[in-house]
Design a protein around this ligand. Sequence first.
Ligand code: 48H
Length: 273
Amino acid sequence: MEGLHPAPLRERDVTRHIAREFYKEFDQLIESDVIVVGGGPSGLVCASDLACHGFRTLLLEQSLALGGGFWSGGYLMNKATVCEPADDILKNLGVPCKPIQECAGMTIVDPPHATARLIASAYEAGAKVLNLTKVVDLILRADGVLEGVVVNNTTAEMAGHDVIHVDPVALESKIVVDATGHDAVIVELLNKRGVYQPVPGNGAMWVARSEAMVVENTREVFPNCFVTGLAVAAVDGSPRMGPAFGSMLLSGRRAADLVRRKLKGEDGAGCFS
Ligand code: 48H
């Protein structure tokens, strides 16, 4: 249309500016304060809080979409539960949380709405995101110091090395947060590299206990490696909770607080077990 654009829009310009912006940003992401692996609810809250505090925070997600398991409430039902006080995290982002009269403290949320707001909040706080990026290994020194992760493009990894042999690349950080949910991928990799015990996987469902255990046991499990969300239950063999998401949000917040204290060198932070 005449007058819409000063010069006719060229395809090469679209490509050029996408490439320039991506690689300019990627250059900055090679070195971060914190890498959060996994863009589910716990990882999103953790990344958002850390970025809010001014830490260079990179969120890595193997899927195209961020949000992990928080797009639905289980069994393909589009409602999920969030118990107090975690509902405050969502309410502060403008997500409606409907109280349930029969169950004191329980609220119901629309998962896509909550997830969209968590994603927006992480971006608005300044967290950087690489999606379709799968963590496949760790940077681990002989003295047992974790210094970052090794990543590859998810689609190349999915094809398998026999079909597409693309070497991965490394991204450095002071801290790595395992927010990979059921599989506790980072802790599994520590185990594969012989520096951590086997990961038992989460225990059977017991919602009355599981949520508190995940939040309480959010911690530094290995020097410079923190674990949050369902990955905590996987590392401890503690019970799962089904589509109850409050502890994912609270655990993400607690992990960010522990990381912040460690990076600031505050007392009591960073006692791994
Ligand atoms: C990059 C990776 C890699 C990798 C995995 O599963 P999530 O939503 O995790 P949480 O802990 O934030 O939330 C758990 C919750 O969604 C849930 O499943 C609950 C409460 N279940 C209870 C029950 O009883 O089952 O998100 C983890 C994210 C996902 O987006 C993965 O794609 C991503 O981590 N991820 N990203 N590199 N190697 N592995």
